[in-house]
Ligand binder design. Structure first.
Ligand SMILES: *Cc1c(COP(=O)(O)O)cnc(C)c1O
Length: 390
């Protein structure tokens, strides 16, 4: 980096994510939307919530959408509505965010961790088929990094065994599988509006989708203390609502989601081009878009093999390039799940991914110049390390 006349460095850092860039141009629209909620006083159950539910239902191709307080709550509510309880087994990937498995554990059921396809980082259907037992009640495929899991074999297995499929679509709003929107493929779909997701709110928020009228009713029931009618409790539910003010903000943002997703796709295509031109395609494991459907690129995740990942990340940070590790510790090796007896060596593809993955900036507002700098920095770091090793 060279200093310019103002004393600032000539090249600014490239953060992993900068939510401000997407939000700043919409500031007036957000203020108007929030003012409407303030004036209406309908801070819960306002019409903005219904509007968002209808929009996301249409986007995913599901009949029903139900807002809730977070993606984590969506997973918990899905399991509650399906009557998952103590003694039941639920098949989940170990290479995912914690909430996919904690929801199972909180109900006293057993998360059964299964390995991933190393190409897509999503559940390996063959491994799932081996893990199904008479106690299995559900499978939770995660559409990790914005790409759908390979749903056909999972749905076929689920049909044959009478097991429910819950899609964890927290990272994949707008993604599809063979032309069908994620969230409409399994019994229930779970979405998150956490600020780093492709459709992120100004805080927590979540949503459930389903094609099943009865499940839709049960999800609404469980999200509202199991109460219907008022002060008559049919089941022990939880309190989980999407605030009207969050829905109002998300309605503004949803109008831009398609353009943002297209920008993410363009950024991903440019990374492929730049990495190949830099001759790095062989040294870095580039993401695979092998699954038929639309990948919405919540993350652009490469592999840095040979035990170099952490050092590479540090050296990228020294050059001002942000990156993150999603996820460094597989769930079957987490301390809290030690009672399940998971051991290093149980899930080799998961363990290897946890040691090698590195996610790079891919947000819609990332500039071409910034992408060049990311690729140049990574090329430089890898070259320096190769020379040092030689
Ligand atoms: C973000 C995320 C969740 C949890 O969503 P929250 O809204 O943060 O509770 C669940 N699963 C996956 C795969 C996620 O990425």
């Amino acid at each position: 980096m060279s200093a310019n006349v103002t004393g600032k460095t000539a090249t600014n850092p490239v953060p992993l994510l900068d939510v401000g860039r997407g939000n700043r141009p919409l500031r007036e629209e957000f203020l108007d939307a929030m003012a409407a909620v303030i004036d209406s006083g309908r801070f819960l159950h306002g019409p903005e919530v219904k509007q968002l539910e209808d929009s996301v239902a249409a986007l995913s191709g599901a009949r029903h959408a139900i807002g809730c307080a977070s993606g984590s709550d969506a997973l918990l509510l899905a399991l509650m509505a399906l009557d998952i309880r103590c003694g039941d087994e639920v098949i989940v990937p170990s290479f995912t965010f914690f909430a996919t498995a904690s929801a199972v554990w909180r109900l006293g059921a057993k998360p059964v961790f299964v390995d991933i396809d190393p190409e897509t980082y999503n559940l390996d259907p063959l491994a799932v088929s081996r893990a199904i037992t008479p106690a299995t009640k559900a499978i939770i495929p995660v559409h990790l990094f914005g790409q759908s899991a390979d749903m056909d074999p999972l749905l076929a297995m689920a049909r044959h065994t009478g097991v429910a499929v819950i899609e964890d679509a927290a990272q994949a709003i707008g993604a599809s599988y063979k032309g069908q929107g994620v969230g409409s493929l399994g019994a229930i779909g779970c979405f998150s509006f956490y600020p780093t997701k492709n459709l992120g709110g100004f805080g927590d928020g979540g949503l459930l989708t389903t094609n099943d009228d009865r499940l839709a009713e049960r999800l609404r029931l469980f999200a509202a203390h199991g109460m219907n009618p008022r002060y008559y409790h049919q089941v022990v539910g939880i309190n989980s609502r999407l605030d009207t003010i969050q829905a109002a903000i998300l309605n503004v943002k949803l109008r831009h989601l398609e353009a943002w997703t297209a920008a993410r796709e363009a950024n991903a295509a440019r990374y492929f081009q730049l990495f190949s031109r830099a001759g790095l395609s062989d040294q870095l494991g580039l993401p695979s878009a092998a699954v038929p459907g639309r990948h919405v690129w919540n993350q652009f995740t490469v592999r840095v093999p040979g035990g170099q990942r952490d050092a590479v990340r540090t050296q990228l940070a020294q050059r001002g390039i942000g990156s993150e590790i999603y996820y460094p510790v597989p769930l079957h090796l987490q301390q809290c799940f030690a009672p399940l007896g998971g051991q290093m060596g149980d899930l080799p593809h998961t363990e290897r991914a946890a040691a090698e993955v590195l996610s790079l900036p891919i947000y819609p507002e990332l500039t071409v110049d910034e992408q060049h700098r990311v690729v140049e920095a990574l090329t430089d770091v890898l070259q320096v390390r190769r020379k040092a090793a030689a």
